[in-house]
Design a protein around this ligand. Structure first.
Ligand SMILES: *Cc1c(COP(=O)(O)O)cnc(C)c1O
Length: 248
């Protein structure tokens, strides 16, 4: 890892923090209302180490094996690990064991497995239910009408702690249309939140829609490219309409 790349990561991180702060102020929200997850999928352990040295503590990973490899290399750091990828039933055990948060929960069976497999002695796994706010099949997540049922399942599981809702953006050149799913997630949260189960967390906003997400109420933004630079080209995503470099 050359030193220049580390310097770029630390400047990029400060730039992202500034963008979050500016949008938070523009939205009239409390200046500490929005947390930052550095999305480090496809980045090597030295890149995470550089971001950590610059003060970053929460990191998001999408691929279980890749994440486990990096966790082994970074076990001297007090990182908060967020699993933000698609959950596969045969991978729930390492997710339950090695992560602090899961963002893409969309299946009651996965919820039960994660709860059962959460090691005793660790605090409950923090989860966000992924909502398909755009109606696009490729986006994953549960339909808005099904969210209440999945939340009820999660609330009954002692190994999980429900934090809120998460969504993925729709690729759309029109900034106004890109805001609609973000707003839909917030409105759904407002409707479903109760004193017994407050949905405090809105996990939304990536490098390209960070400001829109903060204006619509995001409490956790998941930022990769703007911190670490472009990832390798991903054919599946290109087919789904994302620009190259997103590499989900
Ligand atoms: C990759 C990824 C991100 C970060 O995307 P960038 O455009 O690189 O900021 C955020 N959320 C999820 C679920 C991702 O897979």
């Amino acid at each position: 890892m050359n030193a220049n790349k580390n310097i770029a990561i630390d400047v990029n991180l400060a730039t992202v923090q500034f963008r979050i702060l500016a949008a938070t102020r523009q939205a009239g929200r409390a200046l500490d209302a929005v947390g930052l997850i550095a999305v480090s999928k496809h980045q090597g352990a030295p890149a995470l180490r550089a971001a950590y040295a610059a003060g970053q503590r929460a990191f998001g990973e999408s691929y279980v094996q890749e994440a486990l490899d990096k966790q082994a290399q970074l076990n001297d750091l007090a990182i908060e690990w967020h699993f933000i990828g698609r959950i596969q039933a045969n991978k729930t055990r390492p997710i339950a064991a090695e992560f602090d948060w899961v963002h893409g929960l969309a299946d009651p069976g996965h919820a039960r497995r994660l709860s059962e497999q959460r090691p005793a002695g660790r605090p409950p796994l923090k989860v966000c239910v992924q909502v398909n706010t755009s109606g696009e099949a490729s986006k994953g997540g549960v339909a808005p009408e099904a969210v209440a049922d999945l939340l009820a399942v999660c609330a009954s599981l002692s190994g999980l702690r429900v934090m809120g809702l998460m969504t993925l953006p729709v690729p759309d050149a029109d900034p106004h249309r890109r805001r609609e799913p973000l707003r839909a997630l917030r409105l759904l949260r407002d409707r479903l939140t109760t004193p017994e189960q407050p949905l405090n967390c809105l996990s939304m906003g990536m490098s390209d829609d960070l400001e829109a997400a903060v204006l619509e109420g995001a409490t956790l933004v998941r930022i990769g490219t703007a911190i670490f630079g472009a990832r390798p080209y991903n054919r599946d995503l290109a087919l789904a309409g994302f620009p190259s470099g997103i590499g989900l």
